[in-house]
Ligand binder design. Structure first.
Ligand code: SPD
Length: 432
């Protein structure tokens, strides 16, 4: 005797008929969630029960006519399972593996997604494009959705790391903000591989009271506050953090000393790097994730930081009622405007689920919920009516047109340029 068991999920149970040789039996099987499949298999089960009443949970011998009916029923059940993507006799639970930046989502969104689709989300975080890139280039990362920043995305597309999106499966792309999609198209021509998740700027996050105490009335709208060695030295005792993100810190440094922030010339990179080696002795940490809590708790008083991260630190301090007053400034000299984007690795195992996840995130009310929580701007125009007024109207999140004119973007580093950058950044961080 063999039992044909359809391991399809947990929501409903039906009976399916199976035969082996001259024997037949009725097996109880759990069903994959889904009303249609559930109903279909229930009907098949009902038929099976009529034809082959189950006795004592076992099997019984049947006549040729019954066997034929049972056989047809088992084929129908198998076809139903196949039609709904159930492979073999044992279908897996549907899962999507997501690798995103830390502090970059309202986790209730993940739970809501699972409730709506039945797809479980395995969610991991990183705090540097370099970490993500190392995994992607090695292959077999195990992730189905990842979130590279635009210049990294561009060179990873070139390296064949991603698969093209099946836009017929992401109908919510109709909600995108054409201006942001056009900016992203410089890195991903035709927007074939990626969808913008969030975008923002890199500026100065500071503890208002501690910085005022250290620097008096020094204006906080200029990189001078941090990059002038005499200022950094005065801030040393209250804690200075520098983002551990060499691609953009060098661009910001080059812009500060009057070079093209997108230059890849070694001498320009050295000039940009010198900005940091000059203040290295005043820096307490080089960090891109725990600096949020460090700022919120008063363990550092100033940092180069990403817009939403600083605003989250402000919110955390306010919620903790710890008396720490935090602000974010976009320096008048200009700064880096970046785009973080959802993409599917070429070797992703759960491609259908990855598309469903991206489509879900692009629902206006869902991505608005994400923006309200992380306090970053997103690339979905239809979402704006769902974004809290304090977020949408905060120029630190959605910069004014005037400020936007001073923002710059950068192109990808080539392999040789990247090696120069890595060497210089290691020297700066280690102080050697
Ligand atoms: N905590 C989430 C921060 C996301 C920042 N991504 C920006 C990368 C710019 N290089």
């Amino acid at each position: 005797m063999s039992r044909l068991r359809f391991r399809l999920g947990t929501r409903a149970w039906v009976r399916a008929a199976s035969i082996s040789g001259n024997r037949c039996c009725i097996a109880h099987s759990p069903l994959w969630p889904g009303e249609f499949l559930s109903t279909l298999l229930k009907i098949i089960g009902k038929f099976a029960r009529t034809v082959l009443p189950r006795r004592g949970g076992g099997c019984r011998c049947c006549n040729r006519r019954e066997l034929m009916k049972a056989h047809l029923l088992s084929i129908a059940a198998a076809l139903a399972a196949t039609a709904f993507g159930v492979s073999g006799v044992s279908a897996q639970e549907r899962t999507v593996h997501v690798y995103n930046w830390s502090d970059y989502i309202d986790e209730s969104i993940l739970q809501d997604f699972t409730k709506e689709t039945g797809i479980k989300v395995v969610y991991d975080v990183f705090d540097s494009n370099d970490i993500l890139e190392t995994k992607l280039l090695a292959g077999g990362s195990g992730y189905d959705v990842v979130v590279p920043t635009a210049p990294f995305l561009a060179r990873q597309i070139q390296a064949g790391v991603f698969q093209k999106l099946d836009k017929s499966k992401i109908l919510n792309l109709s909600n995108l903000w054409p201006e942001i999609s056009a900016r992203l198209a410089k890195y991903d021509p035709g927007n074939e591989y990626a969808v913008n998740y969030m975008w923002g700027t890199t500026g100065i996050g500071y503890n208002v009271d501690k910085v005022k105490k250290a620097l008096g009335d020094t204006p906080l709208d200029s990189w001078d506050v941090l990059f002038k060695p005499e200022n950094a030295a005065k801030l040393k005792s209250c804690g200075v953090n520098i983002l551990d993100a060499s691609d953009e810190t060098f661009a910001i440094g080059m812009n500060y000393v009057g070079k093209d922030p997108d230059s890849k010339e070694t001498k320009d990179l050295e000039a940009g790097g010198k900005v940091y080696s000059d203040i290295r002795s005043s820096a307490k940490t080089f960090n891109s994730s725990s600096y949020i809590d460090d700022l919120a708790n008063g363990d550092i008083c100033i940092t180069i930081g990403w817009s939403g991260d600083i605003l989250q630190a402000k919110t955390r301090a306010e919620e903790a009622k710890n008396g720490v007053n935090i602000e974010f400034s976009i320096p008048k000299e200009g700064t880096y405007m970046w785009f973080d984007n959802l993409a599917i690795p070429a070797d992703a195992k759960n491609v259908a689920e990855a598309h469903e996840f991206i489509n879900y995130l692009m629902k206006p009310e869902v991505i608005a919920k994400a923006s309200n929580y992380v306090q970053y701007a997103n690339g979905n125009l239809s979402s704006q009516k769902f974004i809290d007024k304090e977020v949408l109207e905060n120029p630190a999140v959605y910069p004014t047109e005037e400020v936007t004119k001073k923002l710059f973007t950068i192109s990808p580093y080539g392999p040789k340029e990247q090696r120069v950058l890595n060497r210089l950044w290691t020297q700066i961080k280690t102080g050697k």
